[in-house]
Design a protein. Structure first.
Length: 256
């Protein structure tokens, strides 16, 4: 069973060999926009060479801290778009074909604010999707603070492309949504490209070892068995917890 492990882009060079030696593939997390935007083509090429040499399969997590392409502040939305486009370029250069993104949606918008935000999303996300498609990169929308799975479906419908998928984050479902995993899976399961796997007690996004919190991974395993193909399995836990997380999930998931 193949697992990815979240590794910051800024640490990829020093940690790639170690991650591969433990039997994981990297999900390259573009946490620091300053590092991402200042990374030279020469440095990217060197990283790509190491990834190729190690025989690593790569997926990425696009930049997200403080970013919002649908922001009503045009300076924020413009910078956010620049970072996302750069994320797509780096994903492709590293040999990846999938980039997870946070949408920036918040359930705490006012009714008017929500209306404006969705309008902006519909206008601004499409150039990003087209840029990714031309690069051979699939965009997967991740549930973050989304309280309803239908929000992700609406956001996908505004992307103007059937090539957009979902990243279902187990920890976020557990602590940011009041609705059942059954409802989430029924609504988005057919389009899930990758699973972010971690746990919590429902009151804080603590990224615990799966099985150490209250998320029902047994139910998730049942839903996965109904799929013709299995999404990419990405552990969003600390390096120290990675082996234990993999062991728990390998014992639970009845597929190869």
């Amino acid at each position: 069973m193949k697992f990815f492990l979240s590794v910051p882009l800024s640490q990829l060079d020093e940690r790639l060999e170690e991650v591969m030696a433990e039997g994981f593939f990297p999900e390259v997390r573009m946490t620091r926009t300053d590092f991402l935007m200042n990374l030279s083509d020469t440095e990217i090429k060197a990283l790509a060479g190491r990834i190729s040499k190690e025989g690593a399969e790569v997926i990425t997590h696009g930049p997200f801290f403080g970013l919002d392409i649908a922001s009503m502040d045009k300076h924020i939305s413009s910078f956010s778009m620049d970072c996302m486009v750069r994320g797509v370029e780096v994903t492709r250069a590293l040999g990846g074909n999938l980039m997870v993104i946070h949408t920036g949606y918040s359930p705490f918008f006012s009714r008017g604010g929500r209306r404006h935000w969705f309008r902006n999303w519909g206008k601004r996300v499409r150039p990003l999707i087209e840029r990714a498609k031309s690069a051979g990169v699939t965009i997967a929308l991740e549930n973050t603070w989304d309280d309803l799975p239908e929000i992700l479906v609406r956001l996908r419908s505004l992307c103007g492309s059937d090539d957009v998928g979902f990243c279902l984050d187990t920890g976020h479902v557990n602590c940011f949504s009041r609705h059942s995993l059954k409802r989430w899976w029924k609504t988005v399961g057919d389009f899930v490209e990758v699973l972010h796997l971690h746990d919590n007690y429902g009151n804080s996004d603590d990224h615990l070892v799966p099985g150490k919190g209250t998320f029902d991974f047994g139910e998730l395993a049942e839903h996965l068995e109904s799929r013709d193909s299995i999404p990419r399995l990405d552990l969003e836990v600390s390096w120290e917890d990675a082996a234990e997380s993999r062991k728990y999930l390998t014992g639970l998931f009845n597929f190869k």
